[in-house]
Design a protein around this ligand. Structure first.
Ligand code: MSP
Length: 659
């Protein structure tokens, strides 16, 4: 039997309930797992929870319960959420599971016997918040960021993993396996880190009791990351090894791309094929996190359906990059693509087949040029979608498919089927149009099934199938094959969201738990946000603004002289010797511009890629550090905060005039 496709998510800490950041990773894994099943492969999909360590110990103590009680409680939340969202993992592994505990102790012992783990005394700095020893370079970085208070001097006995001995083998691995880490720019960060030199890694603690004890030396507890990473081994069924795809957030890539392969090399095991690092869902400029009080819980968004959230995640997030979350953007996306786009196309097509052909899908006899064009486009977009999805780029896959669906609207407008239906002489043309639309919808149901399993099944049945779309395979599917029978009952695919109402509910408190950005980094403000979060109401903060008075009045004519355009950032890199300036290539629809912006303290170049921005397009060019900048990006800020790039809605196009 061939090896199954083995895919994993990180295992989640149990010191917090899941928010949409956690949900995103598991949705991505589930979409990929379903996609591979529809390619005819057997799939093992593993997710789970990371239950040991100081953070959990502290969170439990704060609540007066044991760490295991806390873990059980949070795990129940995860189980419920995954069930509600129809996740198709075959096991939710817990690091407190007996088989895992045995696995970790066994491997620890093996590496100890082999000499890859040794006991020594550590003397140096320790970061309490990261639960990790800190090198001199890292300490300097923390001091520069004003975080020196997190560091304490420490002298303790600990077990080390001989990581330094693996530096060359890791570099060789990176060289030989260009797909080991994706995307490229994250892989480069990993390489640079390892090239900078590796020190041995402390993998035990005496200061913590909540964890797996070192076998034979029980005052030591095994470090959470050694324990956590091995979950992928414990959870792997026979013949599944090695993992084909491991999904991680960018914040935990180093653990997966450096420590993890080194542990496996030491154990003499095969390495995972690919580690894919995704970006973060941000709120404003910040990562969503409980301590910042800006989290969005999946419940808030699941009111609009499971598929809605899954689709939004896949369509809006380009894997690898960060993406700002906004409730408004979420609703706009669903209304535009599901209620209008696909929903509209399906209901129009099905009602025309019902009305003009009594529900029987016609087999066309002739295709004119425009019919042929639409049929050819389907033959192109189908493999294009599959290829992009195979590369885990559902953002691009869905983009291509929706571009095609939009083109079909134009096809209908041009063909005017309602006029064709008036004269039987037009029957061949009407047949061609209806058949083309039917085939497009059928292919769409199939392609989107991994992303939106419920919606795809509804559409599949409306098109006359009685089978399960998820059990159909892409391979060999006859795109121009006849319909299986008459069409079924058309059911609405997606209920349009009343955006105004949702937003006003949010203002008045009737809406769900969607949070506004808390006021700055003030820790007091943040803790207030957390309290409000517990009260589960919407959060409205009124930060003190540090801004000048409103500027002098200008007339409309003067204002309209300024040409503002929607642009998309295609490339971004730091200007050498400047921590503030970033040089970008921006597509403004009519042309591409080089623009240098002073946003380097607020944004990383990688996180700017593909962002939509507003460009002052007719600003006189000027030179900044020797580079000619042709235009300017609009950003909002007060004197105290960093610049926030002004972002048009996700479905705006480069070149749109802002007026
Ligand atoms: N327990 C470790 C992982 C151990 S894996 C052997 C951990 N847990 S976590 O709960 O903090 O994070 C789990 C995953 O959720 C990480 O991949 C992290 O990147 C992801 N996310 C947490 N917040 C996120 C966003 N705001 N956006 C996207 N993903 C985010 O780290």
């Amino acid at each position: 039997m061939s090896k199954p496709f083995y895919i994993t998510t990180p295992i989640y800490y149990v010191n917090d309930r899941p928010h949409i950041g956690h949900t995103y990773t598991t949705v991505l894994a589930d979409v990929i797992a379903r996609f591979h099943r529809m390619r005819g492969e057997q799939v093992f999909f593993l997710t789970g929870t990371d239950e040991h360590g100081q953070k959990v110990e502290k969170a439990a103590a704060a609540r007066g319960i044991t760490p295991k009680q806390l873990a059980d409680e949070v795990v129940a939340n995860y189980h419920e959420l995954w069930k509600r969202m129809g996740m198709t993992h075959f096991r939710h592994i817990r690091t407190t599971d007996a088989d895992h505990r045995a696995q970790v102790q066994q491997l620890f012992k093996r590496l100890l016997d082999k000499g890859d783990i040794y006991k020594a005394t550590y003397k140096g700095l320790y970061s309490v918040s990261d639960e990790a020893y800190v090198t001199e370079v890292q300490a300097k970085e923390l001091q520069a960021q004003g975080l020196a208070h997190q560091l304490v001097e420490l002298e303790e006995e600990t077990y080390f993993f001989r990581l330094s001995a693996y530096q060359d083998r890791l570099l060789k691995l990176y060289e030989e396996r260009p797909d080991f880490v994706q995307p490229d720019f994250r892989f480069n960060e990993v390489k640079r880190f390892v090239e900078g030199g590796l020190q041995d890694l402390s993998i035990s603690r005496t200061s913590i009791s909540w964890g797996i004890p070192v076998p034979g030396d029980e005052k030591h507890v095994i470090y959470v990351w050694f324990d956590a990473l091995l979950n992928y081994l414990t959870g792997c069924p026979a013949n599944g090894w090695p993992p084909d795809l491991q999904l991680v957030g960018k914040d935990i890539l180093r653990f997966h791309a450096v420590y993890w392969p080194a542990f496996l090399m030491a154990a003499g095991m095969f390495l995972p094929t690919t580690i894919l690092a995704h970006g973060w869902w941000l709120m404003g400029e910040d990562k969503m996190s409980k301590s910042k009080g800006n989290v969005v819980r999946p419940d808030t968004l699941l009111r609009f359906g499971n598929d809605a959230l899954r689709f939004y995640f896949m369509r809006d997030m380009q894997v690898g990059h960060d993406r700002g979350f906004s409730f408004e953007g979420f609703m706009d996306r669903l209304n535009a693509d599901l209620a209008n786009g696909l929903g509209n196309l399906a209901s129009r097509t099905l009602s025309m087949i019902q009305r003009y052909r009594g529900g029987v899908v016609p087999m066309p006899s002739v295709f004119d040029v425009s019919d042929q064009e639409v049929a050819t486009q389907l033959l192109q977009v189908f493999p294009e979608y599959l290829e992009k999805a195979r590369a885990n780029d559902f953002h691009a896959a869905l983009n291509a498919l929706w571009t095609y669906l939009r083109a079909l609207d134009g096809y209908i407008v041009q063909a005017e089927p309602w006029k064709l239906a008036k004269d039987p002489a037009n029957d061949p043309k009407l047949d061609a149009v209806l058949a083309n639309l039917y085939r497009a919808l059928r292919a769409t149901a199939l392609l989107v099934a991994p992303v939106m399993p419920e919606l795809a099944q509804t559409l599949w049945e409306s098109l006359g199938h009685t089978s399960k779309v998820a059990e159909t395979t892409f391979h060999g599917f006859a795109l121009d094959g006849p319909a299986v029978g008459p069409i079924g009952d058309p059911k609405p695919l997606f209920q349009r969201i009343d955006k105004e109402k949702e937003l006003s509910d949010l203002e008045t408190g009737a809406g769900a738990e969607v949070h506004r950005r808390p006021g700055g980094d003030d820790p007091k403000g943040a803790s207030q946000e957390v309290k409000r979060e517990e009260a589960a109401g919407p959060v409205e903060t009124k930060p003190t603004l540090d801004v000048p008075e409103i500027r002098e009045v200008v007339d409309a004519d003067t204002f309209f002289k300024v040409d503002l355009r929607v642009g998309r950032i295609l490339e971004a890199e730091r200007v050498p010797k400047s921590d503030k300036l970033i040089k970008m290539k921006v597509d403004i629809g009519l042309e591409q511009r080089t623009i240098v912006g002073g946003i380097g303290k607020a944004y990383e170049p990688a996180d700017l890629l593909q962002k939509l921005v507003v460009v002052v397009a007719n600003l006189a060019p000027r030179k900044l550090m020797g580079i000619e900048s042709h235009g300017m990006l609009l950003a909002a800020s007060d004197n105290a905060s960093k610049p926030y790039l002004v972002a048009p809605p996700a479905d705006a196009q480069p070149g749109f005039l802002v007026k």
